[in-house]
Structures are given as structure tokens and as C-alpha cells.
Design a protein around this ligand. Structure first.
Ligand code: SF4
Ligand code: SF4
Ligand code: SF4
Ligand code: FES
Length: 583
């Protein structure tokens, strides 16, 4: 009763209605009446993260998120703050989640027993896209979704429901339903060729996988010395978006902005990844919208579909024909196994006898395998959970571990345990989902990515050959050191006026090296010349996540990239003075 007294009780509109532990306990203990009034102060929601929403009014201070973020993920973005009735769980200095080193893995929301931390719901945007007659809406489905979505409708964990997922998406109104596994096949080919080239040149080893955006963000924030070791391959989600917008649209005679690409992912970090400025061309995102497995289940319910009774349908062509290897990306060890299936054949030209690599399967924190390729022993490591990744990186730095290729997935169990999957804290559920992944691979007509004829066709039509210039343009990326200087923003001008314009100039590493300090000085001069000092808030801030297109500034809530010192005057006039005039 005391927990409920301090808890906002709008259950009907809460995302966790029906899956909330507090609701379940209140039911179990027969709490029918709460003798105390509700909390009189309503704390603000933190909606700053692209992936999760934090509602401190629903927090029961159990501390599970704090332990998950710090002990399992090794990050510590959340902690207890305040005392007594003012106690709450929040990022340091009561900052917003987007202002701290949160990697958007969402694992805190996966363990939160209430609606205090939930996946950001973007189903409204999906309905709007589907109902827009001027747009073609294509959807891609990630491997791990097919072994978990059924749980939302009472089917057993691990049951492969691929055909029903396709059927549901078609009934919801998506124009084309495609499979992310095809770009997972493409990732295997690009990443294996990249690995072989590094191996032959003896450089940038160990090579780390790069398909988990939470891991990539973690490395960019904390492990600058290893950034050169990350594979430059985009994740399968981003390869898919890029091919659709750069090549497939043109083949259909459409412009990239005529097509809306939606992803169904097990992952909250993919929402962040899709929004990164370097995955857009001329302001058009390669992937427009990312929905999690949980959000797709919500849409299926809203549409009144009886999922369990849906007929089975097949993915559309050409992005629907995949190998079993692509499916493996859903479980920890899957990417490493996929590369092993390809590497031997790429080096020797001989097909490999061994298809399954049991050593990299399962849920051990660190899995290791040794394979021989053309007389050379290749050492492979697989870790899942960022805390385990951190421990392994420390061992490498101390010279106590040595590998050629390392797979890192941020979520415990890999993507099958992603925070966007149906809520289930049980390890048993994750094991069943993993079994479903391996069964899906076993049942596939093709077991190796390199045997996929559609992928070969993509190279012939659009990409020339693996690691070619065209392939790099569409399928690869670069990383930036986003190491933040811990501390508050540095306030230079403070306005007390209600219609003030807020300007943040990034002085993080990338921006500083490109002259953002001079931009700051120029903005000060411009503010004096235009006599608007008292109307603007001007502050120096740290990484705005636009490093690849740096230097970056933020005007109110709009991030503007590429603001070099010589453009400072124009930007001040066009983006800041005009705003002051509008107001
Ligand atoms: S999303 Fe991940 S990194 Fe961010 S607060 Fe939650 S557990 Fe920590
Ligand atoms: S897991 Fe949820 S309820 Fe528990 S402390 Fe964290 S935010 Fe609060
Ligand atoms: S392991 Fe998978 S689900 Fe988890 S953050 Fe990485 S890509 Fe997303
Ligand atoms: S350092 Fe990352 S945007 Fe400025």
C-alpha cells in the first residue's frame, strides 16, 4: 500500500498495464483500496532518449535498473539520488538520459518491474506512414523477432513465427515486407573480406564486430584506442536502409523520400542508430522508423488481428531470400559463427565441411574458439553484456588475452535478449529463443551467406564486388571518439527572457579539432554586434552525437551539423537572428 501511495496510478494508460509486477502484487495481496493520497508533486518525464522513456513518478526504488546498468552493462548511467520521500533513481546531477553516457541498450527497461522505464512508443508514426497514400512503406524484420513475437500472443518462446509475422505486417498495410537476414548475409561477406584483408596485412586486429549500436556507442565513448579495430561494416539494419534508398528506389524510378523504411527490431538502440546523422543523405534518413517487437505486438492488437490464427505468408522479393547464416545474427555467437562459415572458403577457395561451430554457441559470458584457416590458427572470442566486453578489453590492454576476431553484443544473450523483445526476465525464455534461431538456420535451404544468389545479384547490379568503392559507399561507415569531458556545460551568456534562443556549441573532441572554439568566439562577437546578448543563452557543450558531420551546434532543439568557423556568421544570421525575429 505504501508503494502504491507513492506511485502514479494511471494503470489504464501505462505501457506496462498487464505486465507490471506492482499491479500483479497488488492483485495477489488483494489490495482493493489505498488509504493514502497520491504524490502531490509530479516529476517531469525524461523523453530525451531516442530509445526509452523514464517516468520517475512510477519508480518504486527497487534498484534493479541501477544494478543492470552498472553491474551487468558496466556503464552506471543511473543511480539513486535524494533522500526520504525525495529519493529517486536518475542519471547523475539529475541530467537527462541523452546527456549522459547511456548507450540506449534499454536493459534497464527490461528489468524495471513497473512503467518507470519503458521502450519509447512510436507506433503512431507507423500508422501515419501506412495511412499516407503518397508514400510507399517497406518494412524489414530482424532475425530475433521471429522467435519471440509469438510470446505476446500466448505461443511458446522460441516458436518460429516468421510466416505469421509477414502475414500480420501485410494486413497492417505495409506495401513490402522484407527480411533483414538478407543484409545480414551481406554483412557476413563484407565483414569476412575485411577480416581476411586485415589478417593478411597483420593490422587492426583483433577485428570487432560492429552490428550492435549499443556496443559501438560504448566503444566510441569509452574505448577510443579500439575504434580502429571495429569492422567498418554498417549493421544489417543500416545496410538495408541504404540499399533501399540508394539503389532500389532508383530502380523503381522513385526518389529516396518517396519510400518510408520501417524496421521491426528486438532492439531499443536501433532507434538511436537510425537517427544518426551519418545514416542520412540530404536530410533523408536511410531507416525512417524503428519499432520494437513489443510495439509490433501493440499494433497487431490495435488492428484486432488474431495473430495465432493468421495464415503463413512469405517475404517479398528481392529482399526476402536469405540463408540460415543471416538468422544466426539473432543469438550471441551468431555473427562469429557466420564469419567462420565464410572465412575458410574465401581464403582457400574450398567449401568448408564444418557448418556448425558449437564452441561459440550458448550463454557463457566469454566463449572462445580456435579454427585453422590455410595453416593459420584463428582465435575467436564472443562476449555478450557490456560489462563482460569491458572485462575482456581490459584483459587485452593488459596483454592477458589475444584474439583475431571478437564478437560483442550489448544485451545478455545477444539480440534475442534485446530490450525491445517481449518482457521476460527468465534465462529459460532466452534459451528457447536461441534454440528457435538455430532451428531456423537448420531448416534453411541455404546455410552459407556466400551461397545466396540474391546477394550475388546485388553485387552485380549495384555494388560491383565485396569491399569495392560502391560497397563502401553503401555498406560501410566510420567511427568517432565521443569521449565526453564529464562536467556541466560551460555557460557563456545567460538570458532571463522567456523568448530566448538557446545555443549550444559542441566543444567535444571532434568539434574542437575543427575549430568550434572559434565558432563560439564568433557567436559572442555576432551577439554583441546585433545587440542580442540578453536574448540568447550561449553555452559550450560536449558531444552532440554528430561527430562524423562535425562541428555541430544545437539551436533550441535543432542540431545543425557542419558549422565551421567560416560559416559561423551566416549560421548566426540565418538560424539564430531569424528565430529571434520570429519570436
Ligand atoms: S539504456 Fe542501457 S546504458 Fe542506458 S541507462 Fe538503461 S541500462 Fe544504462
Ligand atoms: S527498475 Fe524501475 S522501479 Fe526499479 S528503481 Fe529502476 S526505474 Fe525504479
Ligand atoms: S545486442 Fe542486439 S538487441 Fe541488444 S543492443 Fe545490441 S543490437 Fe540491440
Ligand atoms: S564531438 Fe561529437 S558532435 Fe561534437
Amino acid at each position: 500500500e505504501l508503494l502504491l501511495a507513492n506511485h502514479e496510478r494511471e494503470c489504464t494508460t501505462c505501457d506496462r498495464n498487464g505486465s507490471c509486477k506492482l499491479q500483479e502484487l497488488a492483485n495477489r495481496f488483494g489490495v482493493k483500496k489505498i488509504r493514502f493520497g497520491e504524490r502531490d508533486i509530479k516529476l517531469p518525464l525524461d523523453q530525451s532518449s531516442p530509445s526509452i522513456v523514464r517516468d520517475p513518478n512510477k519508480c518504486i526504488l527497487c534498484g534493479d535498473c541501477v544494478r543492470m546498468c552498472s553491474e551487468v552493462q558496466g556503464i552506471g548511467a543511473l543511480d539513486f539520488t535524494g533522500r526520504g520521500s525525495k529519493a529517486t533513481v536518475a542519471p547523475a546531477f539529475n541530467k537527462q538520459l541523452s546527456e549522459v553516457e547511456c548507450v540506449n541498450c534499454g536493459q534497464c527497461s527490461a528489468v524495471c518491474p513497473t512503467g518507470a522505464l519503458v521502450v519509447k512508443d512510436e507506433t503512431d508514426k507507423a500508422w501515419a506512414a501506412i495511412n499516407n497514400p503518397e508514400k510507399m512503406v517497406v518494412v524489414q524484420v530482424a532475425p530475433a523477432v521471429r522467435v519471440a513475437l509469438g510470446e505476446e500472443f500466448g505461443l511458446p518462446a522460441g516458436e518460429i513465427v516468421t510466416g505469421k509475422v509477414v502475414s500480420a505486417l501485410k494486413r497492417l498495410g505495409f506495401d513490402k515486407v522484407f527480411d533483414t537476414c538478407i543484409t545480414a548475409d551481406l554483412t557476413v561477406i563484407e565483414e569476412t573480406n575485411e577480416f581476411i584483408s586485415r589478417l593478411q596485412q597483420g593490422e587492426k586486429l583483433p577485428q570487432f564486430t560492429s552490428c550492435c549500436p549499443a556496443w559501438v556507442k560504448f566503444a566510441e565513448h569509452n574505448e577510443a584506442e579500439f575504434l580502429k579495430n571495429l569492422s567498418s561494416c554498417r549493421s544489417p539494419q543500416q545496410m538495408f536502409g541504404s540499399l533501399i534508398k540508394k539503389h532500389w528506389a532508383a530502380d523503381l524510378g522513385k526518389k529516396p523520400e518517396d519510400i518510408i523504411v520501417v524496421s521491426i527490431m528486438p532492439c531499443t538502440a536501433k532507434k538511436f542508430e537510425a537517427s544518426l546523422p551519418h545514416f542520412s543523405t540530404d536530410g533523408v534518413q536511410d531507416v525512417d522508423l524503428v519499432l520494437t517487437t513489443q510495439e509490433l505486438a501493440r499494433m497487431i492488437r490495435e488492428a484486432g488481428l488474431v495473430f495465432e490464427q493468421l495464415d503463413i505468408e512469405s517475404f517479398d522479393t528481392p529482399f526476402g531470400f536469405t540463408s540460415g547464416t543471416g538468422v544466426l545474427f539473432g543469438a550471441t555467437g551468431g555473427v562469429a559463427e557466420a564469419v567462420l562459415r565464410a572465412a575458410h572458403e574465401f581464403v582457400t577457395g574450398e567449401p568448408i565441411d564444418q557448418i556448425n561451430f558449437e564452441e561459440v554457441r550458448g550463454f557463457k559470458h566469454l566463449k572462445e574458439a580456435k579454427v585453422e584457416i590455410a595453416g593459420q590458427e584463428i582465435k575467436v572470442a564472443v562476449v555478450h553484456g557490456l560489462g563482460n566486453a569491458k572485462a575482456l578489453l581490459n584483459k587485452i590492454k593488459e596483454g592477458k588475452a589475444d584474439y583475431h576476431i571478437i564478437e560483442v553484443m550489448a544485451c545478455p544473450g545477444g539480440c534475442i535478449g534485446g530490450a525491445g523483445q517481449p518482457i521476460s526476465p527468465s534465462m529459460e525464455t532466452k534459451k528457447k529463443r536461441a534454440k528457435g534461431i538455430y532451428n531456423a538456420d537448420k531448416l534453411s535451404q541455404l546455410r552459407k551467406s556466400q551461397d545466396n544468389p540474391v546477394v550475388t545479384k546485388f553485387y552485380d547490379q549495384w555494388l560491383e564486388k565485396p569491399n569495392s568503392e560502391q560497397a563502401h559507399e553503401a555498406l560501410h561507415t566510420a567511427y568517432a571518439n565521443r569521449g565526453r569531458i564529464i562536467g556541466e556545460d560551460i555557460q557563456l551568456l545567460t538570458s532571463k527572457q522567456p523568448d530566448k534562443v538557446d545555443i549550444a556549441v559542441c566543444v567535444g573532441t571532434c568539434c574542437y579539432l575543427k575549430g568550434s572554439y572559434d565558432t563560439l568566439k564568433k557567436f559572442m562577437t555576432q551577439a554583441d554586434e546585433a545587440k542580442v546578448r540578453e536574448k540568447i543563452n550561449l553555452h559550450a557543450t560536449f558531444c552532440l552525437e554528430g561527430c562524423e558531420q562535425s562541428p555541430s551546434i544545437k539551436v533550441n532543439n535543432e542540431i545543425i551539423n557542419g558549422v565551421t568557423p567560416d560559416q559561423a556568421e551566416t549560421v548566426f544570421k540565418e538560424k539564430i537572428l531569424t528565430k529571434l525575429k520570429e519570436d
